[in-house]
Design a protein around this ligand. Structure first.
Ligand code: KIV
Length: 272
């Protein structure tokens, strides 16, 4: 079956559901700043995630837990200023929505008002159902996140593949159906066996975007700094590197240092 092609001038939550229905795969990448967001948007990515992975990638923290709401709003507002077409999803940071649905709504409202993002993403299923419902009643679109949920890393203990056992797989399937029923417009599914991810994607009408979840889902998401090879310590099986910018940028910077030291830069033409 050939994919139905449609030019989306502006991608919306509705476009994503339509893409799934028409079997058009959805592309999603992260961005945390204006310059990167401009490149990602203009290259035609459908969804830009202002992920709390900014905590690792931009701030150098070991986990996603330390990033604050103010920091997420700063990153998201920089991205919003760059984007013309992509749908922008902003992560609710750890500690701002779990266990208190009123606080969750206040957090989501701050993100929408102060950053101009289009939607929010939250990690978890049944445990955060009340918070998701409350945010949805305010008209804020919510994307779920199941499987490996990095904000719970201290509960899991490792970043290995989730839901390999039947009990966890069953809970994940139930949670996906619940997120659909609550009204989420999509689900990120991270690091789970591909046959389980395919089953989940086929069981819901909303798009399931995978990261380390195989080819049976409705779209793929990667961290842009990883797929461009700007980071180099992190090499999970699911990561395809399209460039090796860590090496290429390092070489360029070494050439600049050499040119400054040797007085080659600036040349006469590069002066006023
Ligand atoms: O924060 C993030 O970058 C994410 C992706 C890994 C999906 O949640």
């Amino acid at each position: 079956m050939s994919a139905i092609k449609k030019d989306y001038k502006r991608v919306t939550t509705k476009s994503l559901v339509e893409m799934k229905a028409n079997r058009v795969k959805i592309s999603m990448l992260t961005a945390y700043d204006y310059t990167m967001a401009k490149i990602v948007d203009h290259a035609g990515v459908d969804v830009i995630l202002v992920g709390d992975s900014a905590s690792n990638v931009m701030a150098g923290h070991e986990t996603t837990l330390p990033i604050t709401l103010d920091e997420m709003i700063y990153h998201a507002s920089s991205v919003v200023r760059a984007v013309d077409r992509s749908l922008i999803v902003v992560d609710l940071p750890f500690g701002t929505y779990q266990g208190n649905s009123r606080k969750a709504l206040a957090t989501a409202i701050r993100i929408m008002k102060e950053s101009g993002g289009h939607s929010v993403k939250m990690e978890g299923g049944e445990e955060i159902a009340e918070s998701i419902s409350r945010i949805l009643t305010a008209g804020i679109p919510v994307m779920g996140h199941l499987g490996l949920t990095p904000q719970s890393i201290y509960k899991f203990g490792t970043y290995t593949v989730r839901a390999k056992e039947e009990e966890e797989a069953n809970k994940l399937k139930k949670d996906a159906k619940l997120l659909e029923k609550l009204g989420c417009f999509g689900i990120v599914l991270e690091k789970v066996p591909s046959n389980l991810a395919k089953e989940v994607a086929e069981s819901v009408s909303i798009p399931v975007i995978g990261i380390g979840a195989g080819d049976g889902v409705d779209g793929q998401v990667l961290v842009t700094h990883d797929m461009l090879g700007m980071t180099h310590e992190f090499s999970p099986r699911f990561l395809r590197r399209y460039l090796n910018l860590y090496a290429d940028m390092g070489d360029a910077i070494k050439r600049y240092v050499a040119d400054v030291k040797s007085r080659d830069f600036p040349s006469k033409e590069e002066q006023y």
